[in-house]
Design a protein around this ligand. Structure first.
Ligand code: AMP
Length: 542
C-alpha cells in the first residue's frame, strides 16, 4: 500500500522559490574581479536568476544540455547554479586550476554547449579555444565596461545578456532524478571522471547539511563560503544557505589570501566558514603575523584533506573558534562524516576533544559506511581494524558519467569503494589512515602517512609536512618526512625526528627528513603526493 502524501519532486528551484518568499532581504556579499564589494539580496539574486533562465532559453539550450562554468565563488556563479539547474540543464562546474589538458578533456567529454567564464579565467580559455570544437559560445562573467578583447568568435557579456531579459520565468517541474550538476574528480591518475548529481541528491544533501550536528546552518548565521563552488557544489553550501536564510559571503578569487579573508570576516561579521585545511593555515598564519582577531567566527568546517590537530587547537585556544572536521569526496556530494560528540562518549577533557576533532567524524544520516578486508568482508568497529572504506546512500554516485571503459565503481553488494583506508571506533567515529595508494607498507604492516603528517605539523617550527613511502632494502618501504619549516625558526633533522618519540609507535617514526621550500598541491588544495613521489623517485635512505 502506498502512503497518501503528495509526491512533490525535490527540485533545486524549490529552494530558490522558498528563499525568495521567506528571506528576500537577506544579503549576499561577493568579491569579484570587477567589484571588490558587491552586495545584494536573495530577492535581487533570484530576479536575476530568472533573467538568466530567459537568456539561456534564447541561446537555444535545452533540458539536459551541459553548461560549463569556470568561475570563483561569487554572486554570478550562484545565479548560474540556480538558473541552469532550475531550468533542467546541467550546471557543469570546472576547476580552472586543473592542468590545461584536463580542462580541455573535461569540457569536450561533457560536451558543454556554452561556457560561463570569470574574467580572470579568460586567458586560459583563449588559449584552449582551438581545442574546444564543440563549444558554441563563451559568456564572460562581467559587465560591458570590463569586457576583454577576445579572439573567440562568439563571446558574450553576462550583464548585457541579462539586461534585455524579463525577470518573470516559470520554473519547469520535472522528475527529481533529473541531472542537476556535473563535477569531475581531480584525477591524479588517468583522466578525470564525471560525477553527475541529481536534483533529488542535491536537495537531500543540502537538508542534511543544515542539521545541527552537520554544518548546523541557521538563519542567524553569516556563512563564508571559501570552499570553491567549482568543486563538489561548494559542499552544498549554496543550497543549504538559502534553505535557512543565512547571509552568504563569497570571497571570489581571494580564496587563499589570509589577509583578504580576515578583512572580509570582520567587515561582514562572519559566524561560520568552510574550507580546506590549507586555507585555514593561510588565515592562521596571517592572524599570527598581524595580531588581528576574528571575534565573530564561532565555527569553522574543514574537510577535503586531513586537518592537523595543531590547526584545531590554535583556532580554539587563541581565537575561540571550534573546528568541525568532515570527510567526503566528489562522489559523495560530498558530506559523508562529520565531527560529533555523543553522550555515550562521557565527559571529554579539552585534549580528548581536540583528538576527536582531528578524526574524520561520524556518519551523517543518509550515508551508510563500512570498512572491509581484502576479501570484501566487513571489519569490526573497534577503532583498531582498518580496511577499505565503503559507503552508500542517496547522494553517493552509482556510476560515472559516460565512462568509456565501463568501470563500475560499486562492489558486488552495491557499496562505493572510496579508495580511502580507515578505522571506525565503537562510537562510530571514522579515522582515515590513508588514501589506499598512499599507504606505507613496512615489513608487511601499514603505517598511516596522515598520522605522521599531523604529528609533524604539531612541531612549532613546521609549516607543512608530507610523508611518503620510499623503497627500503629490508622493510620494503619506510616513511620519508618532507617538510616546509618556518623561515625564522631553524629546525634540525634530529630535532624533528625526536619529536615523534612518544607521539607515534616507535616503528612508525620516519627514517629520514627532506627539507623543501614548498610542497606541491593539487588543484583542490591537497598535497600532491604523486608529484612528491616523482620528485623523490631516486631517493635512497642513508
Ligand atoms: P575529492 O573528491 O577531490 O574531494 O577528494 C576526496 C578525497 O579527499 C577523499 O577520498 C579523501 O582521501 C580526502 N579527504 C576528504 N576529506 C578528508 C578529511 N577530512 N581527512 C582526510 N582526507 C580527506
Amino acid at each position: 500500500m502506498h502512503g497518501l502524501m503528495m509526491n512533490t519532486p525535490l527540485l533545486i528551484s524549490s529552494i530558490m522559490r522558498f528563499a525568495d518568499l521567506n528571506y528576500p532581504d537577506r544579503e549576499i556579499v561577493s568579491v569579484t574581479a570587477d567589484n571588490p564589494n558587491h552586495r545584494y539580496t536573495y530577492r535581487d539574486a533570484f530576479a536575476r536568476t530568472r533573467q538568466l533562465a530567459n537568456a539561456l532559453n534564447k541561446l537555444g539550450v535545452k533540458q539536459g544540455d551541459r553548461i560549463g562554468t569556470l568561475a570563483w565563488n561569487d554572486y554570478r556563479h550562484f545565479e548560474l547554479y540556480y538558473a541552469v539547474s532550475g531550468s533542467g540543464m546541467v550546471c557543469h562546474t570546472i576547476n580552472p586550476r586543473l592542468y590545461p589538458e584536463q580542462v580541455t578533456y573535461i569540457i569536450n567529454h561533457a560536451q558543454d554547449r556554452f561556457l560561463f567564464v570569470d574574467l580572470l579565467v579568460m586567458p586560459l580559455i583563449e588559449k584552449l579555444w582551438p581545442a574546444l570544437a564543440g563549444v558554441e559560445g563563451v559568456v564572460v562573467m562581467t559587465d560591458e565596461a570590463h569586457m576583454p578583447a577576445s579572439e573567440i568568435p562568439n563571446v558574450m557579456c553576462y550583464e548585457t545578456l541579462l539586461a534585455s531579459e524579463s525577470d518573470q520565468f516559470d520554473w519547469p517541474e520535472f522528475d527529481e532524478n533529473t541531472a542537476s550538476a556535473l563535477c569531475y574528480t581531480s584525477g591524479t591518475t588517468g583522466n578525470p571522471k564525471g560525477v553527475l548529481y541529481s536534483h533529488r541528491s542535491a536537495v537531500l544533501h543540502a537538508y542534511a547539511g543544515c542539521l545541527p550536528d552537520v554544518l548546523a546552518f541557521s538563519g542567524q548565521d553569516c556563512v563564508l563560503l571559501v570552499v570553491p563552488m567549482f568543486h563538489v557544489n561548494g559542499w552544498g553550501v549554496p543550497y543549504s544557505s538559502p534553505m535557512v536564510g543565512a547571509k552568504m559571503v563569497m570571497p571570489g578569487p581571494k580564496m587563499a589570501d589570509g589577509e583578504a579573508l580576515c578583512a572580509l570576516i570582520n567587515r561582514e561579521s562572519v559566524s561560520i566558514a568552510s574550507g580546506v585545511p590549507t586555507i585555514w593555515l593561510a588565515l592562521l598564519s596571517y592572524l599570527e603575523q598581524s595580531g588581528a582577531t576574528i571575534p565573530s567566527v564561532n565555527r569553522v568546517s574543514v574537510g577535503g584533506a586531513a586537518c592537523p590537530r595543531s590547526i584545531i587547537e590554535t583556532f580554539d585556544r587563541k581565537y575561540n573558534v571550534s573546528v568541525h572536521q568532515g570527510w567526503g569526496m566528489t562522489e559523495t556530494s560530498p558530506l559523508g562524516t562529520i565531527f560529533k560528540i555523543k553522550p555515550a562518549m562521557g565527559e571529554l577533557t579539552q585534549d580528548q576533544q581536540y583528538d576527536l576533532r582531528a578524526k574524520q567524524g561520524c556518519g551523517v544520516f543518509g550515508i551508510e559506511m563500512r570498512i572491509t578486508d581484502e576479501n570484501d568482508q566487513p571489519l569490526p568497529w573497534d577503532g583498531v581494524a582498518f580496511g577499505a572504506l565503503k559507503v552508500r546512500g542517496p547522494w553517493v554516485a552509482s556510476e560515472y558519467y559516460k565512462l568509456e571503459d565501463g568501470d563500475n565503481p560499486l562492489d558486488a553488494d552495491g557499496w562505493f569503494d572510496t579508495g580511502d583506508v580507515a578505522t571506525i571506533d565503537p562510537h562510530g567515529v571514522m579515522t582515515i589512515t590513508d588514501r589506499s595508494k598512499d599507504v606505507i607498507k613496512s615489513g608487511g604492516e601499514w603505517i598511516s602517512s596522515i598520522e605522521l603528517e599531523n604529528t609533524a605539523v604539531g612541531h612549532p617550527g613546521v609549516v607543512e609536512a608530507a610523508v611518503i613511502g620510499r623503497e627500503h632494502p629490508k622493510w620494503t618501504e619506510r616513511p620519508l618526512l618532507i617538510v616546509v619549516t618556518k623561515e625564522q625558526q631553524a629546525v634540525s633533522k634530529d630535532e624533528l625526528l625526536a619529536w615523534f618519540d612518544g607521539r607515534v609507535a616507535s616503528w612508525w617514526k620516519p627514517d629520514d627528513v627532506a627539507f623543501v621550500e614548498a610542497l606541491p598541491h593539487t588543484a583542490t588544495g591537497k598535497i600532491d603526493k604523486l608529484s612528491l613521489r616523482k620528485q623523490f623517485a631516486d631517493y635512497k635512505f642513508p
